[in-house]
Design a protein around this ligand. Structure first.
Ligand SMILES: O=C(O)[C@@H](CO)OP(=O)(O)O
Length: 344
């Protein structure tokens, strides 16, 4: 019985850490983006990514930059001679979004791996999230296998200024792959591959799935239910603990998503409260005590920059305009400037 560990955890859990309010690492604060873009105008000719791409082309490693619709075509070679240069010079954006409100969030039911769609409010949250990331580059999208995460990703992308088309990859068998082939290179260039992975699913909530959260707390006690919901290593009855969820979600992140970031691709992940908590625990190097206090709201995008092998949290866009709340890096400011130039 891990009650004492639970009480210990509860002691440190007095003030919950809401990521969207944290606002840490805001390098450029509230400076207007125009000013940022101007300040870094000198960097325009010296595109970091350009240098990296030519290096990759020379080495024959790069396939089709952002245009490929098959993840299999991405080749990442850790021993490549250009790797060091790439690691030092390139940066990639990583956006994490917990899905918008689902019909079972609304009813306060434990959901886990039950595949429930969004509510109208959830649809609106996803669209709002999309507005906040509409100036951040997205080259690849990863979602769980569950419809609420997929709806969120797709709805968010309807707001993106670049207007690329997110396309779900069907790699389940040879026929699915063959039947979903695209035969135009131009069309491929205007699309974003969307990879669905069960490993990013919500924590499997075992025998709590479908139960009302309040009724469960009334029946088993508030503390026991908090332990099931937020402790790191105590699983709910016949379900996954956060630790077990991390074993598949973080492993998937390291094996499949990190190599994309390393190769300079900007990635968005649409997933769930607990699969994302486990990934954030890895990114922010949180302890099993600290992660207890980590709460994610529905439909709030979080931005990380991957640079020099490190993940830097750039705050979370909680304000009305993303420029004021995101801390843009030089490359992001440049990307936005290009969008402005292209669209005006
Ligand atoms: O029901 C669930 O699947 C999750 C997320 O909504 O609940 P909890 O807040 O307990 O992690």
């Amino acid at each position: 019985m891990a009650t004492s560990r639970f009480h210990q955890a509860l002691g440190t859990a007095q003030s919950h850490q809401h990521l969207q309010n944290s606002g840490s690492h805001h390098e450029f604060g509230n400076a207007s983006l125009k000013l940022i873009s101007k300040a870094f105008k000198a960097d325009v000719g010296l595109s970091i990514r350009g240098g990296y791409n030519s290096c990759m082309r020379k080495s024959g490693v790069i396939q089709a930059s952002t245009s490929q619709t098959s993840v299999q075509s991405v080749s990442y070679s850790p021993n490549n001679s250009c790797d060091e240069l790439r690691r030092k010079s390139s940066e990639a954006a990583l956006i994490l979004i917990r899905h918008g409100e689902s019909l079972w969030n609304e009813k306060n039911l434990f959901t886990g791996c039950v595949d429930v769609p969004l509510t109208k409010k959830g649809v609106e949250e996803a669209i709002e999230a999309g507005k906040r990331i509409s100036n951040i580059p997205v080259d690849m999208i990863y979602t769980s296998a569950l419809i609420r995460a997929q709806m969120t990703a797709m709805l968010a992308m309807t707001q993106h200024r670049r207007k690329k088309v997110p396309i779900i990859l069907h790699n389940e068998n040879e026929q699915a792959r063959e039947w979903s082939r695209i035969f135009s290179e131009d069309t491929k260039k205007q699309s974003i591959p969307v990879v669905t992975a069960w490993q990013l699913n919500e924590r499997m909530y075992g025998e709590l799935q479908g139960l009302n959260k309040q009724e469960t707390a009334d029946r088993f006690g508030k503390e026991k239910v908090h332990e099931w919901r937020r402790s790191y290593d105590i699983p709910p009855p016949n379900g996954e603990s956060l630790e077990m969820c991390a074993e598949r979600a973080v492993a998937y992140f390291k094996d499949h998503i990190e190599p994309q970031l390393l190769s300079g691709k900007n990635v968005m992940i649409a997933a769930h409260g607990n699969s994302l908590r486990s990934i954030i625990m890895y990114l922010d190097k949180l302890t099993s005590q600290e992660v207890i206090n980590l709460e994610l709201s529905t439909g709030i995008p979080m931005l990380y920059i991957f640079k020099g092998g490190k993940f830097i949290r750039r705050g979370s866009p909680a304000g009305p305009t993303e420029a004021g709340v995101y801390a843009y890096t030089r490359s992001l400011a440049l990307y936005r400037q290009r969008l402005d130039d292209m669209l005006h």
